[in-house]
Ligand binder design. Structure first.
Ligand code: 13P
Length: 255
């Protein structure tokens, strides 16, 4: 079985101007030490308008923090007013692009098919998609969580050239921004189910390599319990990642 390096991603969502974003990444870097980066890959996902500034700050200060975008379009270029393409993000040295976040599925009508197209565009441009999946409260209460999540994973990962480069983030919709995190046992079980599904579709090498993150009200107080789960390889953090002290404490959960 391959070693999966823990991955901690701060999804800043629609927060922070580029000036604020520069300060946030500087504060985060100030709080982290070499050993933290050895133990975990640390990534921030600012808004599009802050990517260039954060990229330059990271490069100038030789920070070991990685950069992610929060979304992209699936076409390389063209008449898509307001959209940003994967090649544009690759040029900004993004390592990752979040695709299919539940906020985009719910508020902007993103379907499994669109998520799959975006994942393919991200891979084609040398970056890794962070594919978000997760059930709503109604789906969980109806006993459909497993079926919903596995079908999202299957659809998002169908016909990918490099499925082993993908990151999957399990984010139950009811746990996002609510302060009500999933039980670590439940999240750990869902991560295992996701890995089994990937094994079934793409084989053991891919399944052992793909990192599966948990997201939904992660904070410094609960991260350790999630990271103790065999199939959870990191976290996608929203609210708590806006505070460099809190996000640094999440990265350093093992201390
Ligand atoms: P919160 O950590 O604010 O619940 O957000 C989770 C999330 O949506 C990360 O993508």
């Amino acid at each position: 079985m391959s070693e999966r390096k823990p991955l901690m991603v701060g999804n800043w969502k629609m927060n922070a101007s580029h000036l604020e974003a520069i300060q946030m990444v500087q504060k985060l870097a100030y709080r982290l030490e070499t050993e933290d980066y050895q133990r975990a890959e640390v990534v921030v996902a600012p808004a599009f308008t802050a990517l260039r500034s954060v990229q330059l700050t990271i490069e100038q200060d030789h920070m070991l923090i990685g950069l992610a975008a929060q979304d992209c379009h699936w076409e390389e270029s063209g008449a898509f007013t307001g959209e940003v393409s994967a090649p544009m993000l690759a040029k900004l040295a993004c390592r990752y692009v979040i695709v299919g976040h539940s906020e985009r599925r719910r508020m902007f009508g993103e379907t499994d098919e669109i998520v799959n197209k975006k994942a393919r565009a991200v891979l084609a441009n040398g970056m890794s998609p962070i594919i978000c999946v997760g059930e709503t409260l109604e789906e969980r209460e109806a006993g459909d969580a497993e079926q919903v999540v596995t079908s999202q994973v299957k659809a998002a990962m169908s016909r990918l050239d490099q499925p082993g480069e993908v990151v999957v983030a399990y984010e139950p919709v009811w746990a996002i921004g609510t302060g009500r995190n999933a039980l670590p046992d439940d999240a750990g079980l869902m991560a295992e189910i996701i890995r089994d599904k990937i094994r079934e579709a793409h084989g053991s090498d891919v399944a052992d390599r793909v990192r599966i993150l948990y997201g939904g009200s992660v904070n410094p107080g609960n991260i350790k319990d999630f990271m103790a789960k065999k199939h959870i390889d990191g976290a996608l953090v929203g609210g708590a990642s806006l505070d460099p002290d809190q996000f640094a404490a999440i990265v350093r959960y093992w201390r």
